[in-house]
Write a protein that binds this ligand. Structure first.
Ligand code: FAD
Length: 316
């Protein structure tokens, strides 16, 4: 009979008989702390607005390189995104980046939004194609046809700093991985200076993607988008839509915790901290966090990365 290893071997012998793994190397503390950016979404209600601003105030102390605010494709959050971004300009020391999508709007409409941002003191745009809701017709003939065209258009309006998206696991609607990579290169060639990735859980996929980017002649930073997950069921559903693979081990990590949010949060920090430490050990020193307007997980993971508050009192 084939007895399990645990019954065939004395405990200590079993412990020393397996392969040995080294720890993830500790970061070099003499090197500068990584550069971070934080992403928020515009609030729909007053209660959510209060939550967002508490989140912004807490994360502001970490002096991120920039903070970005998402935009509903087709302009569905136009006013709320604009109001949040302008308040960031007027009331904080942060550098805001406004997300801007081009589907469902004419070039003139998109240009007008961008020009208003420039006039309001906003110098950084995250330029995106966007997705229209199911059933709605796609980009009209008088609209920007892709994010690459949008980047070109924005550069004609003003000298914005422009970030774009990248997909380590390939955009679900891309014709092929090569076409997706060509598209990324077009966006950077058109004037974007950085890409921020779709979130991923398998860091090997991201690291291989960096190799492919470099081989394709891309030199701009492809900043990893980090999503700390606390609601596994929801994250798995959303990941299926945006093409992010969910490794089996993740399901095992959250197994049996549906009714235990506190333990889920702790597991989440451990997982995300392990991910960023692995990326940091592989040389990556810029990170973008999908905060979901909640500061605590991002703050804890930033701390693990060596980022410390620069000033306890944020500006009024
Ligand atoms: P592009 O760079 O133009 O295209 C990316 C790839 O998808 C290309 O390979 C392209 O050929 C293919 N593709 C996209 N759409 C189609 C299509 N209809 N038919 C065929 N091929 C297609 N969405 C929002 O609505 N608001 C946001 O604020 C927002 N922020 C984001 C931030 C980041 C960092 C990322 C990674 C994504 C964000 N998104 C946001 C989601 C994004 O709008 C969608 O993934 C959208 O489908 C593609 O936009 P893009 O700018 O990546 O497109």
């Amino acid at each position: 009979m084939n007895l399990p290893l645990s019954e065939r071997m004395p405990v200590l012998e079993r412990w020393v008989s397996g392969p040995r793994f080294g720890a993830i190397p500790l970061p070099d503390h003499s090197a500068p702390a990584p550069a971070l950016s934080f992403e928020f979404f515009p609030p729909k209600t007053e209660a959510l607005e209060t939550q967002l601003w508490a989140c912004i105030r807490r994360l502001e102390t970490l002096q991120p390189r920039f903070v970005s605010v998402t935009y509903g494709a087709g302009g569905s959050t136009q006013a709320r995104t604009h109001a949040t971004v302008i308040r960031l300009v007027e009331e904080t020391a942060l550098t805001p980046a406004a997300h801007l999508t081009c589907v469902g709007a004419t070039r003139a409409e998109v240009d007008e939004v961008a020009a208003r941002y420039w006039a309001g003191g906003v110098r950084h745009i995250v330029a995106l194609r966007g997705d229209l809701p199911e059933g709605q017709s796609d980009v009209g003939a008088d609209g920007y046809q892709s994010a690459a065209e949008l980047v070109e258009g924005l550069k004609k309006i003003a000298d914005f700093e422009i970030s774009v998206s990248a997909y380590p696991e390939v955009h679900p609607r891309a014709a092929s991985a090569e076409a997706d990579l060509d598209n990324l290169k077009r966006k950077l060639d058109a004037g974007a200076t950085r890409a921020i990735t779709q979130y991923f859980f398998d860091s090997t996929v991201y690291l291989r993607f960096l190799d492919r980017c470099l081989a394709a002649g891309i030199t701009a930073p492809i900043v990893p988008g980090i999503m700390p997950v606390t609601n596994f069921t929801q994250a798995a559903r959303f990941s299926a839509m945006c093409g992010t693979s969910v490794p089996d081990w993740m399901g095992v990590m959250f197994e049996g915790l549906d009714a235990d949010p506190e333990t889920r949060r702790m597991v989440s920090v451990v997982m995300a901290a392990e991910q960023v430490r692995l990326l940091q050990a592989n040389g990556v020193d810029e990170f973008h966090f999908y905060t979901l307007n909640r500061p605590d997980l991002t703050y804890a993971i930033a701390h693990v990365l060596g980022v410390r508050p620069k000033a306890e009192q944020p500006t009024a």
